[in-house]
Design a binder for this molecule. Structure first.
Ligand code: BT5
Length: 255
């Protein structure tokens, strides 16, 4: 019993010392019928994943690695909107819990002074017209020292502890995030995506920035002006055109 502050999220809760990936386990539980709001947490992941199979460093004792099963009453094409619901909730909760001015980098990162403290991996299981489930995987660097990060992450990753110069209670932070996620998800379902976008705009550091967009086919630069109703990033290129960039296989770098 960890004293959850939620009605639904985390009421079915699985806690492990070590798993390969909480997303994989949450997908398995969901396929076996786990209820909406099921949460899988692990102290350590042996093969934590980012998008496109990229690795996610998930050492024991220091991070918050967890996944939430949602069963939203939505058409599958709307599933990407849940990335924004999640990012808003996580960003809000981290700000409230730590007081640190973290921001959202489109589409799925939470940054502290330009460095990544958290990544979100959303995975969908759907049929033509209905969503079976969505798994929201959230990885937060909570109490790592800089020396705990592998060399390739030294420049681009940071933990909340390094950012705030103090350690944080991981269970307390988990409870705060589940509470915010439950709240933002409810706002999304009752008020719609525009309400979430409004929150998102107030928390992002991407808009107004000069960005470099890279996909497998091409790289271009421009100024990130807004996101649209589908969550696409609208980038004004040097020739004055606005290009819409889909959540998917792109990486974004501040220039
Ligand atoms: C992400 O992917 O940022 C999504 C990460 C989601 C992790 C959670 S943990 C719980 C759940 N179970 C899983 O197996 N996954 C989810 P992406 O945008 O593709 O970023 C991946 C990149 O971030 C890597 O290529 C590294 O450059 C960098 N990275 C890896 N580990 C990191 C860490 N601990 N902190 C900051 N950056 C990291």
């Amino acid at each position: 019993k960890i004293g959850l502050a939620t009605e639904i999220l985390g009421r079915e809760l699985y806690v492990f010392e070590q798993v390969n990936s909480t997303n994989d386990l949450a997908k398995k539980k969901a396929a076996e019928g786990a209820s909406h709001g099921t949460v899988v947490v692990a102290d350590q992941q042996l093969s934590g994943r980012g998008r496109l199979g990229r690795p996610w460093a998930s050492p024991p004792g220091t991070g918050l690695w967890f996944s939430v099963v949602l069963r939203p009453p939505l058409k599958p094409f709307l599933a990407p909107q849940l990335i924004f619901v999640s990012a808003v909730a996580v960003c809000h909760a981290i700000r409230d819990y730590t007081g640190l001015p973290v921001t959202i980098k489109w589409p799925n990162d939470i940054l502290f002074s330009g460095k990544k403290v958290c990544g979100i991996l959303t995975e969908l299981s759907a049929e033509i017209d209905i969503i079976n489930y969505v798994v929201i995987g959230i990885g937060i660097n909570v109490n790592q020292e800089m020396a705990d990060f592998p060399p390739e992450l030294q420049e681009k990753a940071i933990s909340l502890a390094v950012a705030g110069n103090t350690k944080y209670n991981r269970v307390g932070l988990l409870k705060a995030i589940l509470k915010e996620l439950e709240k933002e998800y409810e706002i999304y379902l009752t008020e719609g995506f525009p309400a979430v976008l409004k929150h998102w705009r107030s928390l992002t550091s991407t808009l107004g920035q000069e960005v470099m967009v890279s996909s497998t086919d091409e790289t271009f630069t421009g100024v990130a002006e807004d996101i649209n109703g589908e969550g696409c990033l609208l980038v004004r290129t040097e020739d004055g055109n606005v290009r819409s960039v889909m959540v998917g296989d792109v990486s974004l770098r501040g220039k």
